[in-house]
Unconditional design. Structure first.
Length: 579
């Protein structure tokens, strides 16, 4: 924890001295000398650079270069850098396949591996370099868990692709698949989209999960304001990496640990930023998980309240027109933060830059004439980007996406599928029609296992121009998904949640203003004759995850004794009755 002002000054290498100092550590020093350390280096704070670099994906393929800049900043500030690598599972590549089951699980593996690398060598601080979706919250989770000096540095957004005169993102290729299956796009047209949407390094370009979480961590204060905004290929990225290296050494010398920045107040600020930017529903689960790791009482209801308070002021994809690179050019996260501060939507908190959040926001430079960020007096949407709703179908809650449509209520017959693949094939062959409520179940944290995203299904619906449908799942949605969709339904089907009891043709009612998802059958009677579904077998890490993972309403964490799900008093009776 941060050193008390009345105690002796904390030595910047206090942790690493357990490995490097004294006669008994001669063997350890011999290894470190072989790796390049010299006598003077043993008195410096040792700073871990944990990198999610990989050549499998544009989101992370440039992170090895960014590490060089971070390393230079650490050395210049008087620290000694040591490098580690961890994994990434790329959602865009694994989407719609069995590989997607590994995505959310990888969040826990990345967090665990960061902890093991840092604790195993008793390092004094850490910079986590991240790219694709799950690596970003994973890094914050690890820092919250360890509570040592640390920060998260995001590799940046990809630039837009171009088809003719139109700028495009990866969202368009998933929708093109649906259009192709409907006969509205030929093979050549599909290939043209495929070739254009990802022009180089960087994470998916809209306010999808990666850019949502990069903004959230900046507003939370665990990433330096401005560093995450700079696109992956922008020349300014090098300076930001060096700044991150300098800052982490400053935080070590100051004794400022992660929980100085990860607090209930900063988590709420982050949730407000997610809502105001039209961000991904995945942020609900990730912010809840970060809070759980820090031992902070913050959950899905806090995220819902942030959306009540903060309408959408950023016209960003998937529901809007622009991409993260356009936001950067307009004024970036600083501008959004300034808008939130001026409107009284957030509170002032410390950040790893050493300056307060409001001091950072005060330096925002708005590009004259920009139309990406509006104001709270004239929002893009007069409500937040998502809501948490309950009811017969979701006693512990579900997260419904509100960007990209104006629907408040929907009623229709259930079309039930026990896997994402079955639902996708039904959409592709025309079995699902206007007015249906698509139910995809047994895709939750335990049921998957791994809680896959349903972008392939939502994009296929969009590509086939099927608009008047709702989609409910105990799985997740990609940040690139939009439409009238609700995920994270808890309890999930695999543990006997009510979603397991729904049958084809049941009338489902979704009522956003009253925060309800209900079905017109007596679930207690149906449960009496219910035969549990046999979930898919799992082995290895998938089996370990299934055995330990908490519900989506608890952040789908795997730590022991996670905090209970937040359920408002008005909905607790239904939850208790179902239990």
């Amino acid at each position: 924890m941060t050193q008390d002002s009345t105690s002796e000054p904390r030595k910047p290498n206090a942790r690493s001295a357990a490995v490097t100092a004294g006669p008994n550590r001669a063997a350890a020093r011999s290894y470190l000398r072989a790796a390049g350390m010299q006598d003077a280096d043993f008195d410096k704070p040792m700073i871990g650079i944990v990198n999610t670099w990989s050549t499998v994906t544009p989101c992370n393929m440039h992170l090895d270069r960014l590490a060089k800049d971070v390393r230079a900043g650490i050395i210049a500030a008087g620290g000694y850098p040591v490098d580690f690598n961890t994994i990434v599972v790329t959602d865009g590549i694994s989407m719609g396949t069995a590989g997607m089951k590994a995505s959310l699980i990888s969040r826990e593996v990345v967090a665990d591996s960061i902890e093991l690398a840092i604790e195993g060598h008793q390092l004094d601080g850490v910079v986590c370099i991240v790219g694709c979706d799950k690596t970003i919250p994973a890094a914050a989770m690890a820092l919250a868990r360890m509570d040592i000096p640390g920060l998260v540095y995001y590799g940046g957004t990809i630039m837009p692709g171009v088809i003719g005169s139109k700028e495009v993102s990866v969202q368009e290729v998933f929708e093109a698949i649906g259009a192709h299956s409907a006969g509205a796009l030929d093979d050549a047209g599909l290939k043209a989209v495929e070739q254009a949407v990802c022009p180089g390094a960087g994470a998916c370009g809209g306010q999808f999960t990666a850019n949502t979480m990069a903004m959230a961590l900046s507003v939370m204060g665990i990433s330096p304001m401005g560093a995450n905004d700079v696109p992956a290929v922008d020349p300014g990225k090098a300076a930001e990496g060096e700044r991150c290296g300098r800052l982490i050494v400053e935080r070590v010398f100051a004794g400022d640990t992660a929980r100085k920045y990860i607090t209930r107040a900063s988590l709420k600020n982050a949730a407000v930023a997610v809502s105001a930017s039209g961000g991904s529903t995945n942020a609900v689960m990730h912010l809840t998980a970060i809070a759980a790791e820090a031992g902070i009482e913050f959950g899905v209801e806090d995220c819902h309240q942030a959306c009540v308070e903060a309408p959408v002021i950023c016209d960003l994809k998937p529901g809007g027109r622009f991409l993260a690179s356009h936001l950067f050019a307009a004024g970036g996260t600083r501008l959004v933060t300034q808008r939130m501060a001026e409107a009284g939507k957030i509170v002032n908190t410390p950040t790893v830059s050493g300056r307060s959040l409001f001091a950072e926001a005060a330096e925002a430079e708005e590009t004259p004439g920009q139309v990406v960020v509006t104001t709270f007096d004239a929002p893009v949407m007069d409500r937040g980007s998502f809501a948490v709703i309950y009811g017969d179908v979701a006693p512990e809650g579900a997260v419904i996406k509100l960007t990209g449509h104006k629907v408040d209520k929907f009623e229709g017959p259930a079309c039930v599928f026990d896997s994402e693949e079955d639902a996708f094939h039904a959409v592709q062959d025309g079995s699902v029609g206007e007015g249906d409520v698509i139910i995809i179940r047994y895709e939750g944290p335990k049921g998957g296992p791994g809680m896959r995203e349903m972008l392939q299904v939502t994009a296929a619906l969009k590509g086939r121009k099927i608009d008047n449908v709702a989609l409910l799942t105990d799985g997740r949605f990609s940040g690139a998904s939009y439409g009238f969709v609700a995920g994270h339904i808890s309890p999930e089907a695999a543990v006997g949640g009510p979603i397991a009891l729904i049958r084809d043709g049941d009338r489902i009612t979704i009522d956003v203003p009253n925060r309800r998802i209900d079905v017109d059958v007596d679930l207690a009677t149906r449960r009496a004759g219910f035969t549990p579904h046999v979930v898919r077998p799992a082995r290895g890490v998938f089996a370990k995850y299934r055995a330990s993972v908490a519900s989506a309403a608890q952040g789908a964490v795997t730590i022991p004794n996670p905090p209970p799900a937040q359920i408002p008093a008005s909905h607790k009776s239904a939850a208790a009755q179902d239990a």
